[in-house]
Design a protein around this ligand. Structure first.
Ligand SMILES: *Cc1c(COP(=O)(O)O)cnc(C)c1O
Length: 243
């Protein structure tokens, strides 16, 4: 588990700090919605708590946050156990390992990083019957950066079609994690590409209404291009402990 660093503020200060940060992020989202003619509260906030301890999640929850994103499965499982009494919605946003799909299928509400059909098949098979379908976004690689994971845009249509035949899996939209870019214009390009891809693939029966895009440094660009969910870590929790 994450150990607090000496310069971390203790207990109540940390709670107040996270509440203040959350308030700032929510205000930033609301301002971006207004600036870019998006309906009020059309952008959900996923608090990315990877590498942050359970106390920080508790603090964010106390400040009204309910959606949390995790990238590392083992770490997430430990925190979920410690926070079992809270009503939280868990989103898996990390790289999926083929031998670990069962824990994801059993313990998460959403997966944002689906990009391999064998993973989709296993998640569908392993999703417990008593639970709602696993909500998924397909990760798309728009900056052709091999390190980032995700399907090339040209492969997404076939992948979505294949997923639709799987039980206990609900394809809700697309996700992307672009390379960092400097200017707002540069930041907007991959987000616009994701939205256009979604628009091309959407049908009334399959609206793919979720666009999971935007992080601490590019949330305005993502909201300008139609994000419906931004994944924010640092701006909510502060820098991630490195050890
Ligand atoms: C870590 C992470 C984030 C959050 O990044 P910040 O820059 O801390 O906001 C968002 N999405 C994914 C997939 C991540 O791994």
């Amino acid at each position: 588990m994450t150990t607090p660093r000496p310069n971390d503020p203790p207990g109540e200060d940390a709670t107040a700090d996270i509440a203040a940060r959350l308030q700032r992020v929510r205000a930033e989202i609301a301002a971006a919605e207004r600036r870019h003619a998006r309906p009020t509260r059309s952008v959900a906030l996923l608090a990315v708590s990877k590498r942050q301890g359970p106390d920080k999640i508790r603090a964010a929850h106390a400040a009204g946050q309910r959606l949390f994103g995790e990238s590392y499965l083992q770490e997430a499982i430990e925190k979920q156990a410690e926070l079992a009494e809270l009503d939280l919605e868990w989103h898996f946003i990390g790289r999926i390992q083929g031998n670990k799909t069962r824990a994801i299928a059993e313990r998460f509400d959403w997966v944002h990083s689906l990009c391999e059909l064998r993973h989709a098949r296993r998640l569908a098979e392993q999703r417990p019957d008593g639970r709602p379908p696993l909500q998924v976004c397909i990760q798309v690689n728009l900056s052709s950066e091999s390190s980032k994971g995700g399907l090339p845009p040209g492969a997404v249509a076939e992948f979505v079609n294949a997923c639709e035949d799987l039980p206990r899996l609900a394809v809700r939209g697309l996700m992307t994690l672009p390379a960092p870019a400097g200017t707002l214009t540069e930041q907007r390009a991959p987000f616009r590409a994701l939205r256009r891809l979604r628009d091309a693939l959407a049908t009334p029966a399959r609206p793919l209404e979720v666009l999971s895009m935007g992080m601490s440094d590019d949330l305005e660009a993502a909201i300008a291009e139609g994000a419906t969910l931004v994944r924010i870590g640092t701006a909510v929790f502060g820098p991630r402990p490195t050890a």
